[in-house]
Design a protein around this ligand. Structure first.
Ligand SMILES: [Zn+2]
Length: 241
């Protein structure tokens, strides 16, 4: 059943419907894009901080490894020097054999440790470069968050200047005929839209491009009546622009 409404007032009903729909969307989820960006950059900053701290942990571990190798080497050199001294004084063949074996074993292990130490130093160098790399990314992330924060701060003052949609909604509901508001509320309770714009091709409620026969029927509707979308049943305000 079509809703009858003075063509001059139909635009107000559409404004009411659009504001009501936008308000429910805003309350539910819509954040300014500056805030969305700031939150994304803050998450990136946290990841950058984690990147620096795990890179630094890898450096710390490798420094401990270098200390362990140095300590092992010190012990081996002491053993080597002890065995060498004892060997100079020893005369018993069996003891000499044992000491010679000790000297050879310590020398071989010291050579291995020298190789390990070289590897550890190379790795430490790469790990420290990695800390620098993550540090630069962290600096960049901090600058990005600061810039995004400034954009959000600037937003706060603009928001207050905006008209409160709730006040305009009350004004429109009071100005429009009660039957039109009631029909809008009733339909909105069913499909979440109530009243939508028809641009000559598609419905602004469900965004369906209507078949030519439906379009003709809508266009034939008297100017003081609001037809319903055959798809979502929203009352349609025909924008002839
Ligand atoms: Zn529709």
């Amino acid at each position: 059943m079509a809703l009858t409404l003075d063509p001059a007032t139909q635009g107000l009903l559409l404004e009411l419907a659009n504001l009501t729909r936008a308000q429910s969307v805003n309350v539910a989820q819509k954040k300014p894009e500056e805030v969305v960006l700031l939150e994304r950059l803050q998450a990136k900053l946290v990841r950058a901080e984690q990147g620096v701290s795990s890179a630094q942990m890898a450096v710390d571990d490798m420094e401990l490894e270098v200390l362990r190798i140095q300590e092992d080497e010190r012990k081996l050199r002491r053993r080597l020097s002890d065995s060498t001294q004892q060997l100079r004084a020893a005369t018993d063949p069996e003891l000499r054999r044992d000491l010679q074996h000790d000297v050879a074993a310590a020398t071989s292990r010291i050579n291995n440790l020298t190789g390990e130490m070289q590897e550890a130093h190379n790795e430490l160098h790469a790990l420290r470069q990695n800390v620098d790399f993550h540090g630069a990314k962290l600096d960049e992330a901090r600058r990005e968050v600061e810039a995004a924060q400034r954009a959000v701060d600037a937003l706060g003052t603009n928001d207050e200047a905006q008209e409160d949609p709730a006040a305009r909604i009350e004004e429109l509901r009071a100005a429009l005929p009660a039957e039109a508001v009631a029909a809008f509320d009733e339909e909105r309770a069913i499909n979440g839209v109530g009243v939508a714009e028809f641009n000559g091709r598609s419905c602004g409620g469900c965004f369906i491009v209507l078949p030519p026969a439906d379009i003709s029927a809508i266009k034939r509707t008297p100017a003081n009546e609001l037809p319903q979308c055959p798809d979502c049943s929203s009352y349609l305000v025909f924008s002839r622009s």
